[in-house]
Write a protein that binds this ligand. Structure first.
Ligand code: QAP
Ligand code: CO
Length: 167
């Protein structure tokens, strides 16, 4: 099932997600629906916050052909060195806007997979950037929060106008 994606400046995007306990059938259905929603968009990453479910669940697929689905439940990040990298980011909750954001370039991610088992991966480049972007969602944070007040206000006003027009 394709889920509705909340769009900035919806205040529900500011909700802090709770850790997931034992994985239930409802959680597995949510994960499948999140993939369907992300692939339909199309996007490369989606956090449960964006579909108004406030649990620590992220889905991601950085491949061109939907061949590398990744699930991160209760993710934790460990910074590996002080290197930072700037990348242009977008967000399904901020449609049509892309801006440079500086992130940690190299990290270790510890999380639980769809099978309920803990795993650990070392991440660099787009994977590292994407996981940090999605983990921000779980903490109620958006990439526009890193921009100047002027840029963020412009984006907010343009999206508010679009939302009024489609209402
Ligand atoms: C997060 O974002 C990300 O504006 C995932 O009109 C993006 O999947 C992390 C999308 C870039 C790092 C680099 C955005 C789709 C998809 C839009 C997405 C749009 C349609 C964004
Ligand atoms: Co996003």
């Amino acid at each position: 099932m394709i889920l509705d994606i909340l769009e900035y400046p919806d205040p529900r995007l500011r909700t802090i997600a709770k850790p997931v306990g034992d994985l239930t059938d409802a959680d597995l259905t949510l994960i499948d629906d999140m993939f369907e929603t992300m692939y339909d968009a199309p996007g490369i990453g989606l956090a449960a916050t964006q579909v108004n479910v406030h649990k620590q669940i992220i889905v991601m697929d950085l491949s061109d052909d939907e061949s590398e689905p990744r699930v991160f439940i209760n993710p934790q990040v460990e910074v590996l060195d002080g290197e930072r990298e700037v990348m242009q980011e977008g967000c399904l909750s901020v449609p049509g806007f892309y801006e440079d954001v500086e992130r940690i370039e190299h990290c270790i991610i510890r999380a639980i997979g769809r099978d309920g088992k803990p795993f650990e991966i070392e991440a660099q480049g787009l994977l590292a950037v994407c996981i940090q972007h999605e983990m921000d969602h779980l903490n109620g944070k958006l990439f526009v929060d890193y921009l100047s007040n002027l840029k963020r206000t412009r984006i907010r006003k343009k999206l508010e106008k679009l939302h009024k027009q489609s209402a």
